[in-house]
Design a protein around this ligand. Structure first.
Ligand code: GRF
Length: 219
């Protein structure tokens, strides 16, 4: 315990805020949830940089509103998916990012990024994986006729949407649901479990045992 802490009972050393890099492609509502949690103290982290493959992504506006560095990387300026990920990696390193969040990011990341951030890339998927991987997961759930769907936060590895699962939550599918109404109900839960998963990472409470993620008690 430091001298100041000893003389000031109740002083809690503000732990170093972990630096996040958030990759986005669209609306950015998951980014918004992260930015608000960082600002309000619900998340002991800060967003170092927001990177998008879409110049007009509303998520970039949200980053600017929070005065967070934001970068548009044009995929057409790279001659391969690997070269594009090298550019992402350069930005992440420049902002000393420790944890990468794919928040509505619509590109598949390559081993270039996965190897550089092994078990430090988190994705949010709007279904209960391994059900309904890939695009339009909410529509897949409706078409299949499931009574319960939900969302999943998982680590990203080389198999798309198959990385170790960190958190999941169930969301009921209602009789008169449309893709829009179901997506909206799931999205609210995405925001909640994504922030929760990042906080667990920040608290170093996520332990990988083979492909199972064990959540350790707070020390
Ligand atoms: C969310 O459902 C997310 O799971 C999916 O894209 C949707 C929009 O995300 N990948 P956001 O509002 O851009 O965060």
């Amino acid at each position: 315990m430091g001298k100041y802490e000893a003389e000031n009972p109740g002083y809690v050393m503000a732990e170093k805020r972990r630096i996040l890099g958030v990759l986005v492609s669209g609306l950015g509502s998951n980014l918004q949830a992260i930015l608000e949690a960082c600002a309000k103290g619900g998340l002991n982290a800060s967003v170092g940089v927001v990177i998008s493959d879409k110049k007009e992504a509303q998520a970039l506006d949200r980053a600017r509103q929070f005065k967070v560095s934001e970068v548009y990387l044009d995929p057409k300026a790279s001659d391969s998916r690997e070269a594009y990920d090298q550019r992402i990696l350069k930005e992440l390193k420049r902002h000393t990012v420790e944890l990468v969040i794919l928040a509505g990011f619509m590109r598949i990341v390559t081993p270039v990024l996965i190897r550089a951030y092994r078990n430090r890339i988190i994705n949010i998927h709007p279904a209960l994986l391994p059900s309904f991987p890939g695009l339009h997961a909410q529509r897949q759930a409706l078409v299949y006729g499931v009574k319960v769907s939900g969302c999943t936060v998982h680590f990203v590895d080389e198999q798309v949407d198959q990385g170790p699962i960190i958190l999941q939550t169930a969301v009921p599918v209602l009789e008169n649901d449309t893709e829009e109404t179901l997506s909206e109900r799931i999205l609210a839960e995405e925001h909640r479990i994504l922030v929760q998963a990042i906080q667990l990472f920040v608290e170093e409470r996520l332990e990988l045992q083979d492909r199972k993620v064990v959540i350790k008690e707070l020390r």
